[in-house]
Write a protein of this length. Structure first.
Length: 369
């Protein structure tokens, strides 16, 4: 019997997934170089060269096409400071990652939402939006999207890549979950399909640990050079010691086994949430993800996430406000994101059971109104 509050608010990795012993070994190896170690010195604003070289080689890129930052979110800020001018039009999926929305709003960008379907953005809506105005960029999380869990199909990716090339807009592909696939097989990324038009963000936050704060950006060398200049003038360089430890981790061959361990840990959690939603919220439309951190549901007509959150808190479940993921917040009143990776299968089952009871308790009240 689980008595504690179950927290469905935070899309964080499971703490038991952190490779602490290997990280300690890598940190010791980096520091064993003593005062000579580059990792303790100032370096380039592009980030620690050996890690950039490792990433570039894996992707068949030059090192000028790879930049590192203090977490991938920092690249959104840098892009808003350099590539994107205030009041320019940026397309986003609806719903999308709330922190990106916050940054775009802070920079007064004109945000246009493209509705997300279970296999990616609604292409009719996208085409109509392009006809109205070609955007500067389309921000898209094509694999296991935050917050919905949706993966964009290959056919849709091909069309989006073709339009980006034809109309000359950037694709900002945010791909931190891409390597965390628990089912099926990978589809080509937008960066694979339109490399000259795509700036692909990723991160070691979900693969090693968020505390490392190592984000990556791959793409056009001229755009990266602008970002690197702005970064240098702002914070000199990202934290070099962390990048050197991550570099050691990758070069010792620890990353692939770590990803396999994550998949083995998270795959049963995905199965658990699918089963729990079918059992306790049977009439609720949901997206079944193939990987990543997020499951999402649409609450029944008349049940809003505001009502649900208040009553769920009394029942021992914390949920986030679905409206935060929508450029137009009222469109997200019935949206509920359920991150599943940092909870055990038993906690997931209990949390969704409690949510099912709360939804049932709200619905009869509504039918009496
Ligand atoms: C889609 C997406 N982009 C970016 C980030 C930020 O990641 P980082 O820790 O690398 O800044 C997250 C974190 O949850 C995310 O879900």
């Amino acid at each position: 019997m689980i008595s504690q509050t179950i927290d469905f608010t935070r899309g964080v990795p499971a703490p038991e997934s952190f490779p602490t012993e290997q990280m300690a070994e890598c940190a010791a190896a980096v520091l064993a170089q003593g005062g000579q170690t580059e990792a303790l010195q100032y370096g380039k604003s592009y980030g620690f060269l050996p890690l950039r070289a490792w990433l570039a080689e894996r992707q068949g890129l030059s090192t000028e096409q790879v930049m590192l930052s203090n977490g991938s979110l920092q690249f959104i800020e840098l892009l808003c400071q350099t590539l994107i001018q205030p009041n320019e039009t940026i397309f986003v999926e609806q719903p999308t990652y709330d922190r990106t929305l916050t940054l775009l709003r802070r920079h007064r960008e004109n945000v246009v939402s493209i509705p997300l379907e279970s296999d990616g953005p609604d292409l009719d809506a996208l085409e109509a939006a392009i006809q109205r105005e070609v955007p500067k960029a389309f921000y898209i999380i094509s694999d296991f999207q935050n917050p919905t869990g949706v993966t964009t199909s290959q056919a849709k990716r091909e069309q989006i890549a073709a339009w980006a090339e034809q109309f000359g807009f950037w694709l900002i592909e945010d791909a931190p979950y891409r390597q965390l696939r628990y089912r099926g097989s990978a589809v080509p990324s937008l960066f694979d399909l339109a490399p000259a038009r795509t700036l692909q963000l990723s991160s070691f936050s979900k693969l090693i640990s968020p505390g490392t704060r190592v984000g990556t950006l791959m793409g056009d060398a001229a755009v990266l050079q602008q970002l690197a200049q702005f970064a240098e003038d702002t914070y000199i360089m990202p934290a070099q010691l962390n990048m050197a430890i991550v570099n050691e981790f990758c070069r010792r061959g620890y990353l692939e086994p770590q990803i396999e361990r994550l998949k083995a840990l998270y795959q049963p959690r995905l199965e658990a949430i699918c089963t729990a939603v079918q059992n306790y919220l049977p009439a609720t439309p949901y997206v079944e993800p193939d990987g990543g951190f997020f499951f999402s549901i649409t609450l029944p007509e008349g049940v809003t996430s505001t009502m649900l959150r208040a009553q769920a808190a009394d029942a021992g479940v914390r949920c986030s406000d679905g409206r935060g993921f929508f450029a137009n917040p009222q469109d997200g009143e019935r949206f509920l994101r359920l991150p599943f990776c940092a909870l055990t299968p038993a906690e997931i089952d209990e949390g969704v059971r409690r949510l099912g009871e709360v939804v049932q308790a709200i619905s009869p009240e509504l039918s009496r109104v």
